[in-house]
Design a protein around this ligand. Structure first.
Ligand code: F6R
Length: 606
């Protein structure tokens, strides 16, 4: 969590840093702050909330840093926002991550006479650097000693008033990128949020200390050994942050799914063969695995549930799945015939990173379903599938989830062909999955109707979303989206489980979103719907039956949409209906759709 953005140049505009922070707001928007080194000293601005609330200033300096905060150790107030300053007021510092031994470091500094104005872990950092400088260290040595003294994960940049032409960086565990333009150097928490003028960038490895000037970047490790950074071309689309005709990034990202599914399929189905370039060296070992464990967090975990079912039913490998935050602390039987499949859009989710470390120690190999090249998770895996979903800006994940499911389906059918899936089923899947963009657009064409349904039910206090088999996981994903952005309480359940408890809650005040696939035991889901109707529950029916094919007594509102026969592809189409429902529930309830309260997009803390 937290976003960091900084720049060093002959003239750094304060407003450039503010724009950088706005681009990074998905990482946290509890508070924001900027420090600019000018001829007259360091100027600091802070605000509570989103960085857009920072004042617009015509200020320029030689180095400037900024920060968006996602609160962990203290309330999200203006006072607790970064940058933090040292006791001598010379150091202004911003930090992403957590200092685990901050209480101990704070006591150490207090004994030396340092005072503190906040309860945050971050405040120990500028003071510890000041302490080591006072012991005779030069700046780099002070950074090395500080990095070794603290425990935890951090990405830090700071300005020192005595060195107004340089930005100083320490990195251990939180993502940091350096980008070079003709006249300036930038630091940013992701590679997408650099200004257009940045031509090349480098991902900074852990345990590195950097001194960044407008025309040089000095890197060393924690022992003081000098190193060289490798820069790569920045081939990132300029329109990521352009909303175009859309009201929100979430809406844009839902609508973009046609293009990104096409992109995810491009070149991957050739001559009736599924080609996954990133797996060529490991597919044999994967196909021979004794068990496959699927993991991820939140929506990525819901996608992993779909992937695990497909891999077991189609790929014929023994699978299990668990949220990464649980898997990390669960002592499963794992050996070198185990593969771990990690699903993560950002590639930086701390729980997933922890899982990879834990499973690797037990001998497992790791396959990443990734969207962010060069991310930490990408670098930790043995092989992977790039889901090609492009940058997601909205906090709620939509197009990435679709492409995660798609990538895992391609993998399941590829392995399935080796492990006994019939060629007929395989070919039917190939033909159907290529129609997925078309099916998705058929859903999007119904947006106005979905909007009207949401307007009607917007005051519901609770929603049950039910589905069976793979649709149980779509029910969970839809419920997560509904609660995440509209703040309506929602539960995703298997229809079969309804009568084992939750039915007690159903009455005429409960909204029920029912997922019904006409090709997969429809009569079973119909019975569940009847059970809901018998208790007066309102039903929004999402189905691939046409209006004529379904009895109008079983629903209050119908969203009928075209799919093929493959239940996994159908599930992905229904999921898009769920995305639009949650988006419009949120809009009708006046929510901040792209930046839901208390959340952040990239969860880099446990
Ligand atoms: C929900 C959502 C989150 C993420 C989760 C994992 O809409 O976006 O539940 O799916 O935080 O994030 P990544 O995929 O970046 O690991």
């Amino acid at each position: 969590m937290c976003g960091i953005f900084g720049s060093v140049a002959d003239k750094v505009e304060y407003n450039t840093i503010k724009q950088g922070l706005k681009n990074l707001a998905y990482r946290g928007y509890d508070s924001a702050g900027i420090a600019v080194a000018t001829n007259g000293g360091v100027v600091i601005e802070r605000t509570e909330g989103h960085p857009k609330f920072l004042p617009d200033l015509g200020l320029t300096g030689t180095v400037a840093i900024g920060h968006n905060r996602w609160a962990t150790h203290s309330p999200p107030t203006k006072e607790n926002s970064h940058p933090y300053t040292s006791n001598d007021n010379k150091i202004s510092l911003v930090h992403n991550g957590i200092i685990e031994n901050y209480a101990e470091v704070r006591r150490f500094l207090e004994e030396k006479g340092f005072t503190f104005y906040s309860q945050t872990d971050t405040e120990v950092l500028p003071n510890l650097i000041q302490f080591y400088l006072s012991q005779g260290d030069n700046l780099q040595a002070a950074m090395r000693h500080t990095a070794k003294h603290v425990e935890g994960a951090f990405g830090v940049i700071f300005i020192h008033a005595d060195h107004p032409n340089q930005m100083n960086l320490m990195k251990l565990g939180s993502p940091m990128y350096v980008g070079r333009a003709d006249e300036a150097v930038y630091v940013c928490s992701d590679a997408y949020s650099f200004p257009e003028e940045v031509k090349t960038f480098s991902s900074i490895d852990d345990s590195k200390i950097l001194i960044i000037r407008k025309d040089s970047v000095d890197v060393q490790d924690l022992n003081g050994t000098k190193l060289t950074l490798i820069f790569e071309e920045k081939n990132i689309s300029a329109d990521t942050y352009c909303l175009g005709k859309h009201e929100h990034y979430m809406q844009k990202e839902i609508h973009e799914q046609f293009d990104y599914v096409v992109s995810a399929l491009a070149g991957r189905i050739r001559d009736a063969e599924i080609k996954l370039g990133g797996l060529e060296d490991c597919v044999e070992s994967f196909a021979e695995s004794k068990q496959v464990i699927f993991t991820g967090c939140g929506s990525a975990h819901n996608a992993a549930l779909v992937g695990a079912l497909a891999m077991e039913e189609v790929g014929r490998l023994m699978c299990r799945q668990m949220p990464a935050g649980e898997l990390k602390y669960t002592d499963l039987l794992v050996d070198d015939k185990t593969w771990l499949i990690t699903v993560s859009q950002s590639g930086e989710t701390a729980d997933v990173i922890g899982c990879i470390k834990n499973m690797r120690n037990k001998g497992a190999k790791v396959l990443g379903v990734v969207n962010t090249p060069n991310s930490t998770i990408y670098q930790m895996t043995d092989c992977g599938i790039h889901i090609r979903a492009g940058k997601e800006v909205s906090v709620a994940s939509t197009k990435a989830v679709t492409n995660q499911m798609l990538a895992m389906l391609l993998l399941a059918y590829k392995i399935g062909l080796e492990n006994g899936c019939s060629y007929r089923d395989y070919k039917a899947f190939l033909s159907e999955v290529q129609k997925l963009p078309y099916f998705i657009n058929k859903v999007i064409a119904q947006e106005q109707k979905i909007r009207d349904i949401c307007e009607h039910y917007k005051d519901s206090k609770t929603a049950f979303v039910i589905g069976r088999n793979v649709l149980e996981f779509i029910a969970k994903e839809t419920a997560l989206k509904v609660k995440e952005i509209s703040y309506i309480h929602a539960e995703g359940y298997s229809g079969s489980e309804l009568k084992h408890g939750p039915l007690a809650l159903i009455d005429d005040k409960i909204m029920n979103i029912c997922l019904l696939d006409k090709n997969f035991y429809p009569e079973k889901t119909m019975s569940n719907i009847e059970e809901i109707r018998a208790r007066g529950g309102k039903v929004i029916l999402i189905t691939n039956y046409t209006k004529q094919e379904v009895d109008n007594k079983i629903y209050d509102r119908l969203i009928s949409t075209e799919t093929g026969e493959n239940k996994f592809v159908t599930a992905m189409v229904f999921n898009v209906v769920g995305q639009l429902l949650s988006y419009h529930f949120a809009l009708h309830n006046g929510r901040d759709v792209d930046l839901p309260r208390n959340l952040a997009k990239s969860v880099t803390v446990e």
